[in-house]
Design a protein around this ligand. Structure first.
Ligand SMILES: NC(=O)c1ccc[n+]([C@@H]2O[C@H](COP(=O)([O-])OP(=O)(O)OC[C@H]3O[C@@H](n4cnc5c(N)ncnc54)[C@H](O)[C@@H]3O)[C@@H](O)[C@H]2O)c1
Length: 335
């Protein structure tokens, strides 16, 4: 199914991340327009409708019925993703959904059924896949230059200055789905899976609360994942501390060599050959993701990650949380 340009977007949730999404739409005004905005907070709604000239809704269930909307962009707190996806799919709207796709196995089943029954396109907003160093690494891995991949690693840690006053829905498991791991830790999880190229089968995790003690969930996580292609992944993620200087953002080791990156410089070392270095300037990954979403709708091309990958990432996350409780390696069921 293709959509003619300009694609008309209904933005659902007009808080912090919406700034980045709106900048992405504003960068390609001939191809896309924001025609509707929904936010339960009247002040946020007023600011965004004034900024965009879009029709405002306090209830996203009303926005999805707007005939001037082809696709919705869901930027809501995590516990609301499922209901917004289902409402949009049932109204025949295509969907760009911020991470995480949803929070439980039951929600994942509901999301998959609604999207597939409606035949709409859902793209997971996995913006870090649009980093040039990630795209180049994936091209090299897919070319077979490193041979069979044995090991992948990702790190995404920073010193977060959240306090109980400014943390909002992220401090509570009922609205966030957990703690740091299902939030920022979601990024190194989809990146790990993307670089591995396999389907996750087992997870083992240790999670901690080192510093942000007022959170219900963890502020740090270390997770091991086994994939069906034989590769094993390891990730570290934290809001409590920054990674040590020199820590790779991601790396992969295969039978013929390895690659590693700090997020901009990509180093590739094939055994017996000179190291190759690929430099890239940082780009606005949100703008790149939005431009790609528009292209997918225009051409009918499959997004890089749909609900299929979103559900697989959730499978890793749920198994990791279960492993933290059980102290054991957990099987990742097909969801
Ligand atoms: N990709 C990234 O790097 C990245 C970074 C930050 C946030 N995010 C994701 O973006 C999403 C939103 O995060 P945020 O930081 O913008 O949160 P936020 O709290 O700043 O914004 C959420 C907005 O949703 C609105 N809202 C809450 N309940 C609503 C309801 N029932 N109906 C309509 N509107 C409602 C709030 O009023 C608020 O304006 C989350 O999924 C988060 O994980 C992604």
């Amino acid at each position: 199914m293709t959509v003619s340009l300009p694609i008309r977007i209904g933005l659902i949730g007009a808080g912090g991340i919406a700034d980045h999404h709106l900048a992405g739409y504003a960068a390609i005004p001939d191809r896309v327009r924001v025609t509707a905005v929904a936010d339960a907070n009247p002040e946020a709604l007023k600011r965004r409708t004034e900024e965009t000239g879009a029709t405002g809704y306090t209830d996203f269930l009303e926005l999805v019925k707007d005939p001037e909307v082809d696709a919705v962009d869901i930027c809501l707190p995590h516990h609301l993703h499922r209901s917004a996806i289902i409402a949009a799919a049932e109204a025949g709207k295509h969907i760009l959904c911020e991470k995480p796709l949803c929070l439980t196995a039951e929600e994942a089943t509901d999301v998959r059924e609604a999207v597939q029954k409606a035949g709409v396109t859902l793209m997971c907003a996995h913006n870090q896949l649009f980093m040039p160093a990630v795209a180049k690494a994936k091209e090299i891995l897919d070319s077979g230059a490193l041979g069979t991949v044995y090991e992948v690693r990702t790190t995404d840690s920073f010193f977060n200055d959240f306090d109980p006053e400014n943390m909002g829905w992220r401090a509570h498991a009922a609205t966030s789905g957990g703690g740091e791991y299902i939030d920022t830790g979601y990024h190194p999880t989809y990146l790990l899976m993307h670089l591995s190229g396999g389907i996750p089968t087992q997870a083992f995790a240790m999670m901690s609360t080192h510093r942000l003690k007022f959170m219900e969930g963890e502020d740090s996580a270390q997770v091991l994942v086994r994939f069906d292609n034989g590769s094993v992944g390891q990730l570290v993620t934290s809001w409590a501390y920054e990674a040590a200087p020199g820590t790779d953002r991601f790396s992969a080791v295969g039978e013929k060599g390895s690659l590693s990156s700090d997020g901009s410089t990509l180093r590739v070392k094939i055994r017996g050959e000179e190291e190759q270095v690929f430099e890239s300037e940082p780009i606005d990954t949100f703008a790149a993701e939005i431009a790609d979403f528009v292209t997918c709708l225009e051409t009918g091309r499959r997004p890089l990650n749909t609900e299929v990958e979103g559900i697989a990432v959730l499978g890793i996350i749920l198994a990791a949380y279960q492993s933290t409780r059980s102290g054991k390696v957990e099987h990742i069921p097909a969801m």
